[in-house]
Design a binder for this molecule. Structure first.
Ligand SMILES: O=C(CO)[C@@H](O)[C@H](O)COP(=O)(O)O
Length: 224
């Protein structure tokens, strides 16, 4: 278990740097977490720490009740919500939260992002849904994420008046979902400003999603 924790500490530093690289966060906003395989534990960003100051040791190990194992550490404001998602969605092993600009524009309008681009069908299998308004600091956001994404193809949710929350089979997948969410939020926001968007038929969405999820990219090397 300690091997997993040490590995995930380093991975989380790198993944937080990806949020900066893709322009998804400013100052200390946002966070990434990763479930520890085989343990009722996860690691998450420390609260209020600048991205350039994050280190493997600064990542906070927490229980699935959202408590820091080391009480001297202060985990992210969203720790209770990340913990709630991990408890209620066992398939989830990574989560990301951002205030990325265009996704927040959809959050401020209280609108889901309609599936009008093939990139949305590929990655999200349909629209990016809107989740409820929820206060920060407890489990309310996590409850809204679970209510919205359970049984939904999308791995991203636009939480009303707040921002993006994503889930994944690992933290890297959740970061990818956050990057792709902001990319399509920007494109569809621009399109909407210039006119009506053309919806993609559901059968085409299904075909695009199946291809991207099951065919796209490099095949894994054959095992010896
Ligand atoms: O949305 C909020 C605060 O309004 C938080 O989610 C911040 O975006 C990140 O907080 P920390 O992870 O640094 O506590």
């Amino acid at each position: 278990m300690l091997g997993h924790v040490d590995r995930l500490r380093g991975e989380l530093v790198d993944l937080h740097a990806q949020l900066v690289r893709y322009g998804l966060v400013v100052w200390t906003g946002g966070n990434v977490s990763a479930r520890v395989p085989g343990a009722d534990l996860f690691l998450i960003k420390p609260s209020g720490v600048l991205y350039e100051d994050l280190t493997p040791a600064s990542m906070v190990l927490c229980t699935l009740d959202g408590e820091a194992v080391d009480p001297s550490q202060s985990p992210s404001s969203d720790t209770g919500s990340h913990a709630y998602v991990y408890r209620h969605m066992p398939e989830v092993a990574g989560q990301v939260h951002t205030h990325s600009t265009y996704a927040c524009a959809w959050a401020a309008r209280g609108e889901e992002i309609p599936c009008v681009l093939t990139a949305m069908a590929d990655e999200f299998g349909g629209p990016i849904p809107l989740g409820p308004f929820a206060l920060i600091g407890g489990e309310d956001i996590g409850r809204g994420v679970v209510e919205t994404l359970t049984g939904h193809r999308s791995k991203a949710v636009i939480m009303q008046n707040h921002g993006t929350f994503t889930i994944g089979k690992d933290a890297r997948s959740a970061v990818k979902a956050a990057v792709m969410c902001e990319d399509v939020a920007r494109s569809v926001h621009m399109a909407r400003a210039l006119g009506e968007c053309v919806p993609i038929p559901q059968d085409a969405i299904d075909s695009l999603y199946d291809r991207y999820q099951n065919v796209y990219g490099q095949r894994p090397a054959p095992t010896a």
